[in-house]
Design a binder for this molecule. Structure first.
Ligand SMILES: Cc1cc2nc3c(=O)[nH]c(=O)nc-3n(C[C@H](O)[C@H](O)[C@H](O)COP(=O)(O)OP(=O)(O)OC[C@H]3O[C@@H](n4cnc5c(N)ncnc54)[C@H](O)[C@@H]3O)c2cc1C
Length: 391
């Protein structure tokens, strides 16, 4: 543990301010209000816990990727936690990307207000079939050079937070090349030609930024300033964004899984059946032990990958991030499913949050690459003999 003091401050903040306000935050958010959210964000800022993942010069705590692990696990105990500290997806991944590759004017225009919590952002890669999905090379959105501008046309969906975002990072095809055919553009959400088709109703709860937008681009005109990184770097930069972004998801998911397990522990210690406490039944103990072990394993996998990323061993980290993502996403779904089971009818009711959490968690096995794609990546590297499993 590198930052026990900050970690316990985040935990205390969560317990004191966020958990008691969860219902209020959800109710206000459903009305598209943010009074309580703004109040808690101001408190987080005053406590020096705002954007802690960022470097000190941007107002963060400069804790590195491993430090993020410690804090994001705590924030992730609530679906609403990360947003209070301005560390939620997709903004957090977008901040990291802008920090690394955006020009000074782009940073000034978009990164600064994003860090200050004045605006939100979105990342638009996925398209409805037959476009980019699990396989990004199916990309069909195009940016075509006309004189000194780019003209963007295409159709995206599952752009998380896209309806409310001030800007979108859009992946578009700029050539037919398999490796260098994509470019990332920063697009003003209110630019002429950007159409919000709808917010997609989904299985998951529409909470804060976690609303899925479908968007169309009709001849959106962009200048060279809108190019993020360089022309042709889109696939590479998307990977560079996604590896740490999916790891930060793992961190948050571990926090939620741990909270659910804690709730099970409490119930199993008080509810009796067939003459003994639920926690004294071996079938229950097996569920509990398996889930505790899976959370711990996921924590170590995430931690290891975070250390690689922090040491800038990014290409080496990729396969471990796939392992961590599959393992932790599966673990979260299993822990929540078992938590419902162990709580019986109470677990299935909306008196407890497991249903909401489970509906949110189910997306973990699809978003940022479905299980099968990560399995394919892991198998490919194992077949090549490049993976050291006993690190
Ligand atoms: C809640 C949520 C939020 C999201 N947020 C964003 C976002 O902000 N920005 C964004 O760009 N995208 C986002 N996505 C999209 C997400 O990244 C894609 O859904 C994902 O990459 C899968 O693409 P697809 O949905 O097109 O599935 P498809 O490509 O149609 O694949 C369907 C299924 O086929 C199987 N499959 C695919 N490839 C293989 C293979 N090689 N081997 C075996 N089976 C395979 C998998 O089971 C997969 O789930 C989000 C998705 C969800 C659910």
């Amino acid at each position: 543990m590198r930052h026990p003091e900050i970690r316990s401050r985040v935990r205390a903040f969560l317990e004191q301010h966020i958990l008691p306000n969860e219902a209020q935050l959800i109710a206000e958010d459903a009305r598209r209000e943010a009074v309580t959210l703004r109040r808690l964000q101001a408190l987080a800022r005053a406590d020096g816990l705002w954007v802690p993942h960022l470097p000190v010069e941007l107002g963060g705590l400069g804790l590195g990727v491993v430090g993020m692990c410690e804090l994001f696990r705590e924030m992730g105990r609530s679906l609403l936690g990360p947003r209070v500290f301005n560390c939620d997806a997709p903004d957090q991944g977008n901040m990291d990307l802008l920090l690394r590759v955006a020009s000074a004017p782009l940073r000034e225009r978009w990164l600064r207000p994003l860090v200050d919590g004045e605006i939100t952002s979105a990342f638009a890669m996925t398209e409805p079939a037959p476009g980019a999905g699990a396989d990004p090379s199916n990309l069909r959105t195009t940016a075509v050079r006309e004189g000194d501008t780019w003209v963007l046309d295409g159709h995206k969906w599952y752009t998380t937070g896209g309806a409310d975002a001030a800007f979108l990072i859009v992946m578009a095809r700029t050539s037919a090349d398999d490796r260098t055919g994509a470019t990332l553009f920063i697009v003003d959400r209110s630019a002429p030609g950007v159409e919000l088709v709808r917010e997609i109703p989904t299985f998951g709860p529409a909470l804060l930024q976690h609303r899925e937008a479908e968007l169309r681009f009709h001849g959106v005109r962009l200048d060279d300033q809108a190019v993020l990184g360089r022309v042709g770097e889109g696939f590479r930069l998307a990977q560079a964004r996604l590896v740490p972004a999916r790891l930060s998801h793992c961190m948050r998911w571990l926090g939620l899984a741990d909270r659910a397990l804690g709730m099970c522990r409490a119930y199993l210690g008080e509810r009796r059946s067939f003459g003994r406490l639920l926690g004294d039944h071996q079938l229950i103990q097996k569920m509990l032990a398996d889930n505790a072990t899976a959370i711990h394993a996921g924590n170590l996998m995430t931690w290891h990958c975070a250390e690689l990323l922090e040491a800038e061993r990014t290409s080496e980290a990729r396969v471990y991030s796939s392992m961590a993502k599959n393992h932790v996403a599966g673990t979260l779904c299993k822990v929540l499913d078992d938590a419902i089971q162990m709580h019986g009818g109470l677990g299935y009711s909306d008196d407890l949050p497991f249903g909401t959490w489970y509906r949110s968690a189910r997306a973990a096995r699809i978003a940022d690459g479905p299980d099968e794609v990560h399995t394919m990546v892991i198998a490919r590297e194992v077949l090549k003999g490049t993976v050291d499993l006993l690190v």
